[in-house]
Design a protein around this ligand. Structure first.
Ligand code: HPA
Length: 273
């Protein structure tokens, strides 16, 4: 058994001591978007710090727990607060939570994040369906001995964001009157925001939104055969677009402003996932 899988089994066992809940859908909530957790009919919560072999988040605004319960009639596990590469974890550690949610039984994953708008037609407060990603600027979470129990050594990444789930999100946006944007998300390591030159490069490479998460989680989920979809909340224009410095406060304030639109969209789409 691979070391990675051995560690996942330890984490899984410590969760199974607390709950036998089997989720259909896994949801990861981005910076400032944790309010959705209040809409869940909660069955059980487990703090990451109580799970053996689990990485623990240190960022303000990231809660750090799994919430198990029902949302829009579906059995969900919600990752309230994720772990980031910039906190000092390895990429294998960063993707541990999404892998665990898959091993708990979830077949579909909704990844959400706060992101900077690279596409100049976007405005802060927009929601963007992630149609593809650029992983070029972060190490692959699949580097190292391949955990064969999860997936193949050389996984296909030509359709990471599941077409049917993307359509479910588009439909839910229509129903909830959300003017949903679409585009490509690029992950950088952070924790610093990008320079204007880096954003120009990202745009010329085809990116529409930029952030410090999600791509590696999507890759790990895709590797293990889960159906993935994602939504970015554009919390600010990326560096160099507006002549003003970027800060985490703006990210949190915009996420807070978009909260009700975001929650309505997610509750509607989960119904049909
Ligand atoms: N860059 C990177 N990550 C982000 C941004 C950004 O502009 N906004 C929110 N997360």
């Amino acid at each position: 058994m691979s070391k990675v899988y051995e560690n996942l089994e330890k984490s899984l066992a410590s969760i199974r001591k607390v709950t036998d809940f089997v989720p259909e859908i896994a949801i990861t909530l981005g910076s400032g978007l944790g309010g959705l957790a209040e809409k869940i009919d909660v069955e059980c919560e487990i703090k990451y710090s109580d799970i053996e072999g689990f990485p623990v988040s240190t960022v303000a605004g990231h809660d750090g727990k799994f919430i198990f319960g029902t949302l829009s009639g579906k059995k969900v596990v919600v990752m309230s607060g994720r772990v980031h590469y910039y906190e000092g974890y390895t990429m294998a550690e960063v993707v541990t939570p999404v892998r665990i949610m898959g091993l708990l039984g979830a077949k579909k994953v909704l990844l959400t994040n706060a992101a900077g708008g690279v596409n100049t037609s976007f405005v802060p407060g927009d929601l963007m369906l992630i149609t593809d990603h650029l992983s070029t600027f972060v190490p692959s979470p699949l580097i190292g001995a391949n955990p064969e129990e999860l997936g193949v050594r050389f996984p296909d990444m030509s359709n990471v964001y599941n077409d049917e789930l993307c359509d479910v999100i588009r439909e839910a946006a229509k129903k909830t009157n959300v003017d949903l944007k679409e585009g490509v998300y690029v992950q950088f390591t952070g924790p610093n925001y990008e320079t204007p030159a880096e954003i120009k490069m990202a745009r010329s490479f085809g990116a529409d939104a930029v952030g410090m998460s999600t791509v590696v989680e999507a890759m790990a989920a895709c590797h293990m055969g889960l159906k993935v979809c994602g939504i970015s909340c554009i919390t600010n224009m990326a560096a160099g677009i507006l002549k003003q410095p970027l800060n985490h406060k703006e990210v949190q304030e915009t996420a807070d402003m978009v909260k009700s639109k975001f929650e309505a969209l997610v509750m509607e789409l989960v119904k049909n996932m």
